[in-house]
Ligand binder design. Structure first.
Ligand SMILES: *Cc1c(COP(=O)(O)O)cnc(C)c1O
Length: 439
């Protein structure tokens, strides 16, 4: 079967996520037959470089032999068993390793990022309730923050396109200015602006701490906001504020965890421990749905009692799925055996060099990089820029999806020099060819 056969059938039967289906008449989805390292291959044999890691999940390439082998081995043992009332080696081993790596206590599992957000929000509220503080029911998040799209997660998300329609269904939450350094005034450093943003958070907490359970943030990089970046000092000071006002700090590292920002977890760069750490996306190397919430021991202890209702009575059918846990264990093995974080630093340095002609392009602003995430904004774009840029890049064999006027790269860590060169050359060509561009 060829691409076109699959396109007809997908239009007729699949309701695609985050998509106005009518737009598929003009911009069909890519019918992917297989993957190989950083490449996606369609049914007509065309190859596309997966420069955004299949929506930020893939770390070590498609069809990675080591992750494949781990899942196949687990398939021959036990594919799934419920985790309420049972346990199994993959979930125990994964929890032990995540606890050691994060410095936190127990690990609670679900399948998607949004579910991890829901769990952290519920646990935080329930902790305060178990502590005789039932009025602490509110949440604070950052402007343009993204934490998922189920109702609870959407309530703390601040992306108008995803949120406005559903506003009548959502709980109120408060948003405080983002430390995104692009918002600094002309004469203000990123650090100085981050300090000003912390000040605004303190103003809010000083007034509302009695009714606030938690602050939820994306550490260092706000992904869906368009890869908004900010310095670790914001997190260090936010930790101090949360302690001072007795409010939990939920670190949503669903996108930035597992090495994306240069350290295994982004919070390490601020030398802080959150109260809740939400993980998903890269946790299985982009193989299987798995998410996890790690908490401090003191939070766990607040639920530990004779009374059933003091416990955290939350579950999903596939909580702690053994296949997903084995994929995650294989991912952690690769981090250790291949010295991934150090090698990524060298790759990042090289890609920064390759991007220099783009940084200095007259239509480009705010070139930025944190770990294995790169982004820049294109000025004076016409409406529909993102979709057009996406299509033009596809025609050249590059799979990228701008967010608004922000073009970003979030490649798998196995990306090689020639592939980095390809990403930067195609992108520069597309910028040069943009309509209305006068050099
Ligand atoms: C993707 C993402 C989520 C939601 O994860 P899903 O698996 O898509 O539900 C939550 N928070 C952040 C920061 C994300 O990037």
């Amino acid at each position: 079967m060829h691409n076109d056969d699959w396109l007809d059938r997908t239009r007729a039967s699949v309701w695609h996520p985050c998509t106005q289906m009518k737009h598929l008449e003009q911009t069909p989805p890519l019918p992917i037959a297989r993957g190989e390292g950083a490449w996606l291959i369609d049914h007509d044999g065309r190859r596309y470089l997966d420069a955004i890691s299949s929506w930020w999940v893939n770390l070590f390439g498609h069809a990675n032999p080591r992750i494949n082998a781990a899942i196949i081995d687990q398939l021959g043992r036990i594919e799934h068993v419920m985790l309420a009332g049972c346990t199994h080696a993959p979930v125990v081993e994964l929890s032990e390793r995540l606890v050691r790596l994060s410095g936190l206590g127990h690990a609670f599992y679900a399948s998607d990022g949004a579910s991890a957000t829901e769990i952290a929000l519920k646990m935080s509220f329930h902790y305060w309730r178990n502590h005789g503080r039932p009025l602490k029911t509110g949440y604070v998040s950052l402007q343009h923050g993204y934490h998922g799209e189920t109702l609870g997660a959407l309530s703390v998300t601040d992306v108008a396109l995803f949120k406005d329609v559903y506003a009548p269904l959502l709980r109120h939450s408060s948003q405080v200015i983002s430390p995104d350094w692009r918002l600094a005034s002309a004469d203000e450093s990123a650090e100085a602006y981050a300090k000003r943003a912390v000040g605004r958070m303190e103003d809010h907490l000083a007034e509302h701490a009695d009714t606030t359970a938690a602050v939820i943030i994306e550490p260092l990089v706000q992904g869906a906001a368009g890869m908004a970046m900010y310095p670790p000092s914001y997190l260090t000071e936010l930790r101090v504020l949360c302690d001072k006002y007795q409010v939990h700090l939920i670190a949503d590292e669903i996108a930035v965890g597992f090495g994306r920002t240069g350290t295994l977890f982004a919070c390490e760069q601020a030398e802080i421990l959150p109260d809740f750490l939400c993980l998903s996306k890269g946790i299985t190397g982009g193989y299987l749905p798995l998410s996890c919430v790690l908490t401090r021991d003191e939070i766990y202890a607040a639920f530990y009692a004779d009374a059933t209702a003091r416990g955290f009575l939350h579950s999903h059918s596939y909580t702690g799925n053994p296949l997903a846990c084995r994929a995650a264990l294989a991912v952690l093995d690769i981090f250790e055996s291949d010295d991934v974080l150090r090698r990524n630093r060298a790759k990042a340095t090289r890609f920064n060099e390759l991007l220099a002609p783009i940084s200095s392009h007259p239509r480009v602003r705010h070139m930025r990089q944190t770990g294995m995430i790169w982004a820049f904004d294109v000025i004076d774009v016409e409406p529909g820029f993102g979709a057009r840029f996406h299509q033009q890049a596809l025609a050249r064999g590059l799979f990228i999806r701008p967010i608004g006027n922000t073009v970003y790269f979030m490649p798998p860590y196995i990306i090689e020099e020639a592939e980095m060169r390809f990403m930067s050359e195609v992108t520069l060509d597309l910028l040069q060819g943009m309509q209305g561009f006068e050099p």
